[in-house]
Design a protein around this ligand. Structure first.
Ligand SMILES: O=P(O)(O)OC[C@H]1O[C@H](OP(=O)(O)OP(=O)(O)O)[C@H](O)[C@@H]1O
Ligand SMILES: Nc1ncnc2[nH]cnc12
Length: 182
């Protein structure tokens, strides 16, 4: 794999993410990934690049409902790792642990099955967008409670102006890769 090919894939990913102003509320520029997913070449490029960012020996890929699932599941398959979902409240049938936080456009609670990941497992977290970092931060807190090792975070797009990277650094998460930063 050459650097030029990787750069071309990331440029294609960036091109296929559409800005939607004032969604879901005034003042928010929503980064819409549906054109990227609708493009076979674009979707493949995103998954290829996410897989390329993964450290060695990942046991489990964790994805966050809903858009995170779309990228995390194929990355897990490519890596030969398991997939574990982080879900919104009331969706998981077993005993859950949960964490609440503030999002760019609201409040959210995320849950995981308490026994989803064995202590010490090496985990890669994959999501579509890193905005304020609240979602990744909450997921990291859930993984810590389970005793899993958060090895790396990979996102398709980072909204740099919202300071998510700095927020994650404050939480001790300094291993985060974005394919595209705006
Ligand atoms: O860094 P943050 O400020 O936490 O924002 C990023 C999160 O926001 C979006 O999820 P959303 O809660 O809108 O859910 P969805 O995937 O179900 O649309 C996005 O998919 C990320 O998970
Ligand atoms: N501006 C944004 N666009 C898409 N997803 C987001 N999640 C949080 N903020 C977002």
């Amino acid at each position: 794999m050459t650097t030029g090919e990787s750069a071309a894939r990331r440029a294609l990913v960036a091109e296929l993410i559409r800005d939607v102003p004032d969604f879901p509320k005034p003042g928010v520029v929503f980064k819409d990934i549906t054109p990227l997913l609708a493009s076979a070449q674009g979707f493949r490029a995103a998954v290829t690049e996410l897989v390329a960012t993964a450290p060695e020996r990942i046991d489990v890929v964790v994805g966050m409902e809903a858009r995170g699932f779309v990228f995390a599941a194929p990355v897990a398959l490519e890596l030969g790792a398991g997939f574990v979902p982080v879900r919104k409240p009331g969706k998981l049938p077993g005993e859950v642990i949960s964490h609440s936080f503030e999002l760019e456009y609201g409040f959210e609670t995320l849950t995981m099955h308490r026994d989803a990941i064995r202590p010490g497992a090496r985990v890669l977290v994959v999501d579509d967008v890193l905005a304020t970092g609240g979602t990744v931060g909450a997921t990291a807190a859930l993984l810590k409670e389970m005793g899993a090792e958060l090895v790396h975070v990979s996102v398709v797009m980072e909204l740099g102006f919202l300071g998510g990277h700095a927020r994650l650094a404050e939480l001790g998460i300094d291993n985060c890769t974005a394919l595209v930063t705006v």
